[in-house]
Write a protein that binds this ligand. Structure first.
Ligand code: GAL
Length: 411
């Protein structure tokens, strides 16, 4: 009995030590859990293509929408000249991208792609050097099948490493990779091969996937490329442009810095839509963090097209560092509100009238993720005006097929 008290004290002491150890070990395991979560999120980040490019959507020009196969080295050089002299380059339009039809039908005896002698007699390296000498970046086009879509050039299927090395040796900065003559093999098998080949080509090359959204690339392409087409080809008309915008909208949550949904290149300035339709096209593409690749002839651009393509505030929404794709948040028949968050708690909003007559459109703060009581300054990005201390809602009369675009800044 005499010893039982100290021994029971000793048990209590031991119990306390054990308890302390248990608490500290659970803290440690809690910390581990925290670390594990951090590791999880950083590994989520790591599954993006690790080439450091596309932290904001790519901007530049591509030959296809306006010129199709009618391209040659003089046109590309003049386009690079115009990009700089017009001031577009200084606004961020830095890629000059060749599309289909730049090469000969067959590879050479060593299996290399060959620039088309009749249209690119100086070769692609000389052209890329010229583009670089203007302070711009140079992009090219290839196909993840046996032939390109124009059927005038070989595809890269089975030649991924060789072609990636060729592109790197020419000084290519950007590859658009198309999906024709694909022999029925899934893009999920064909595109990663080129992605890997580019990464080990010795040059940092932006990778733009173009499999037309066939196999929901948003769900697998972020680890492979910097952008992926979500749709078939855009056309220079209102119906197709709006349909492409809607198809792309579905994938909004998959976009992030380094990897973007691509609803195809701009038709602004090609003549098939009205000015207001082009304004809507450019506004929605900007809000949706789409690539801003000009698709018209910038050597002979008219002043209205310039006014659209050179809107700094609209471009700033596209290039906002937060990198969250804006989306359709409200639809009342043909009247739509599209919105998305920007850095510094700001919100970008587009009021879009897709109907055939003028109408009033309202975005309530609750539609666009703001508390109704929030007092905001509203900047109209096309009228270049600012309204101070606005609360609860924003309304505007919007013409048929036109839009209004704003950034909203809580005070
Ligand atoms: C299509 C592609 C277009 C253009 C064209 C060239 O598949 O979507 O953007 O590149 O091929 O032939």
């Amino acid at each position: 009995m005499a010893h039982s008290l100290p021994s029971s004290r000793f048990s209590v002491f031991l119990f306390c030590i054990l308890l302390l150890l248990l608490i500290s070990s659970s803290t440690v395991s809690g910390a581990r859990l925290g670390n594990a979560r951090l590791t999880d999120s950083s590994s989520i980040r790591r599954i993006l293509l690790n080439n450091g490019l596309g932290l904001t959507p790519q901007m530049g020009w591509n030959s296809w929408n306006h010129f199709h196969c009618n391209i040659n080295e003089t046109l590309i050089k003049e386009t690079a000249d115009a990009m700089v002299s017009s001031g577009l380059a200084a606004l961020g339009y830095t890629y000059i991208n060749l599309d289909d039809c730049w090469g000969e039908l067959n590879r050479d005896a060593q299996g290399n792609l060959v620039p088309k002698a009749s249209t690119f007699p100086s070769g692609i390296k000389a052209l890329a050097d010229y583009v670089h000498s203007k302070g711009l970046m140079f992009g090219i086009y290839a196909d993840a099948g046996t032939q390109t879509c124009s059927k005038t050039m070989p595809g890269s299927l089975g030649y991924e490493e060789q072609d990636a090395k060729t592109f790197a040796s020419w000084g290519v900065d950007y590859l658009k990779y198309d999906n024709c003559a694909n022999t029925g093999i899934s893009p999920k098998e064909r595109y990663p091969k080129m992605s890997k080949a580019l990464l080990s080509s010795g040059r940092t090359i932006f990778f733009s996937l173009c499999e037309w959204g066939n196999e929901d690339p948003a769900t697998w392409a972020p680890s492979i490329g910097n952008s992926w087409r979500t749709t078939g080809d855009i056309k220079d008309n209102w119906d197709r442009m709006t349909s492409v915008a809607d198809q792309n909208d579905k994938w909004a949550s998959y976009a992030q810095p380094g990897s973007w949904n691509d609803p195809d290149m701009l038709e602004v300035g090609n003549g098939g839509m009205t000015t207001e339709e082009y304004r809507s096209h450019f506004s929605i593409w900007s809000l949706a963090k789409a690539p801003l690749l000009i698709g018209c002839d910038i050597r002979s651009i008219d002043s209205v097209t310039f006014e659209l393509l050179r809107n700094k505030e609209v471009i700033a929404v596209n290039q906002d560092k937060l990198g969250v794709q804006g989306k359709k948040v409200k639809k009342d028949g043909d009247l739509e509100v599209w919105a998305g968050p920007l850095t510094d708690n700001r919100v970008a909003v587009v009021l879009w009238n897709r109907g055939s007559s003028s109408a009033n459109i309202t975005a309530y703060w609750s539609d666009i993720g703001l508390k109704p009581s929030t007092v905001c300054d509203v900047q109209d990005l096309w009228a270049h005006s600012t309204e101070l201390s606005v609360q609860d809602q924003l309304s505007a009369q919007v013409d048929s097929h036109a839009c209004r675009m704003y950034t909203i800044t809580p005070q």
